[in-house]
Design a protein. Structure first.
Ligand code: KIV
Ligand code: ZN
Length: 497
């Protein structure tokens, strides 16, 4: 079996997604889970981009010992210096530097030419190599880079000391056959190709990230760059769970990974929960419906023999049959057990507080789902908010002018206000604005339900513009107006001034 190296970029490319930002503690939690599941390399951030990212790379380096910790840079000296400094505590460290190599990037991004970019690629690699032993070079937009020029860059950076060369399909443009051919071309036309590991990093703009990554593996790529749940820029990156399970489900292909697959589901939920990023229900491997058989014919077939419609045993990815239904009669132990299956280990006061909210919700809903539980656990994350919603009363309906009355606590003082609007959410926000007197603009407002019933929890994501900066807020409640106002307040609580 050929081992495929799993390079996880959930904490870098995944974290670039608007609204998915994590604090350092959360990044450490995910990094430890990535270590436990067996990823080989963790790309922990882009240190020069912010002091927060720098600090996270440093703290992840301290917290994790087995995987290589990688820091991203542009092909710029200062970026590389900052990355090297952020990695100083890593037991095994790698700098990931690079430059755009397609003519689009060379002309429009750098206003340069191929020869100059080649020189810059060599210089960046040599400089990184003078600071760390393990240097990965990415040829950004390699998917749209001319193969002959790409081969020259790859050969030159390997000669300059790159240990890994990354071929990203940055725009998700390639077709699997084309991308496979590109990898084969490099294998056949770069003289020193066996002196480095060939890696790929695919984006999912055309829904082909996994197919392209597999085509690359089948043509000689040994490292794949992936994220949990496929999160990442725009339509996302290749999903780690998909590549791992394809290799496992097709053993005759001859590829294996070090990933402990029964830990996949819990990690997927942890990432979704911490990043407030829902998993689409039909997402392969980890979606709610991935193992749900609903049609009568399928159910009948599965009952006769699971293999008729199941190509993966759900237990192989950590999905246990949930024999314990959580209701208002369930105890703390049942809740704790379910939380631990979902990747959340809590004890003592935190468990008590989640349990208290669980009972309140169970009084409103007949049955509590995994997503409800994650939501309850997530709700506990709100730390010392500046503004707290005490109550919200709304009147709305047909032929009624929607009105809202709210009470909040801000900096220890209580405030109340009443306003009308073109709907209950609008009225509630207007009432809040009367108290705050701040100029902010609601730019995005997304409501999602989790399950199907009318007793469902609604999740609300909002994007606010305040003093030229964008802030994201999140709220969850069985009452969608409350969830909306809480999301609005959550965003305001993040304002810098
Ligand atoms: O998509 C891309 O090209 C990247 C590189 C920075 C590796 O994320
Ligand atoms: Zn990327």
């Amino acid at each position: 079996m050929q081992n495929i190296i799993i390079f996880d970029t959930t904490l870098r490319d995944g974290e670039q997604v608007p609204g998915c930002q994590l604090n350092t503690t959360e990044k450490i939690q995910i990094a430890k889970a990535l270590e436990e599941i067996g990823v080989d390399v963790i790309e922990a951030g882009f240190p020069v981009s912010s002091p927060g990212d720098f600090n996270s790379v440093m703290e992840v380096s301290k917290a994790v010992s087995e995987p290589i910790i990688c820091a991203l840079t542009r092909g710029v000296k200062n970026d590389i210096d900052v990355a090297a400094e952020s990695l100083k505590y890593a037991k095994r460290k790698r700098i990931h530097t690079g430059i755009g190599t397609s003519d689009f990037h060379i002309r429009y991004k750098f206003n340069s030419n191929r020869e100059e970019i080649l020189e810059r690629a060599i210089a960046a690699t040599k400089y990184a190599k003078s600071l760390v032993e393990d240097v990965e070079f990415y040829c950004e937009d390699a998917g749209r880079t001319d193969n002959a020029y790409l081969a020259r860059v790859v050969e030159a950076v390997i000669k300059a000391g790159a240990t890994v060369v990354n071929i990203p399909d940055t725009t998700g443009y390639c077709l699997p056959e084309q991308f496979g051919e590109k990898i084969a071309y490099l294998k056949n036309n770069v003289q020193n190709i066996d002196k480095a590991i060939l890696a790929v990093h695919c984006h999912n703009d055309l829904g082909l990230a996994t197919a392209n990554t597999m085509a690359a593996i089948q043509n000689g790529a040994l490292q794949v760059e992936t994220t949990i749940n496929g999160i990442g820029e725009r339509a996302g990156n290749t999903a780690m769970e998909e590549i791992v399970m394809i290799c496992k489900s097709h053993p005759y292909l001859g590829y294996s990974t070090r990933i402990k697959t029964p830990k996949i589901y819990a990690l997927s939920r942890t990432v979704s929960n911490l990043m407030n990023m829902p998993i689409q229900h039909n997402k392969a491997i980890v979606g709610r419906n991935a193992f749900a058989h609903s049609s009568g014919i399928h159910q009948d077939g599965v009952l006769k023999n699971k293999d008729s419609y199941e190509i993966i045993d759900p237990k192989d990815v950590g999905i246990e049959e949930n024999s314990i239904l959580l209701t208002a009669r369930s105890g703390r132990a049942a809740l704790k057990h379910r939380l631990s299956i979902l990747g959340i280990n809590v004890e003592g006061e935190r468990l008590d507080s989640i349990y208290e909210n669980f009972l309140k919700l169970a009084d409103k809903k007949r049955e509590i789902s995994d997503d409800d539980i994650l939501m309850l656990a997530g709700v506990q994350h709100a730390k010392n908010p500046k503004i707290k919603l005490n109550y919200l009363k709304v009147t709305s309906g047909k032929e009624v002018v929607p009105e809202a009355e709210i009470g909040i606590t801000m900096s220890g003082k209580e405030y109340e206000a009443k306003a009308s609007g073109n709907g209950p959410v609008d009225a509630a926000i207007k009432a809040l604005k009367q108290i705050l007197k701040k100029k902010m603009v609601l730019q995005e407002f997304v409501i999602q339900s989790i399950n199907r019933g009318s007793d469902d929890i609604g999740k609300v994501h909002m994007q606010l513009l305040y003093e030229d900066k964008i802030y994201y807020g999140f709220g969850a409640n069985t009452d969608i107006v409350v969830a909306s106002l809480e999301a609005y307040i959550d965003a305001i609580n993040k304002f810098k001034s």
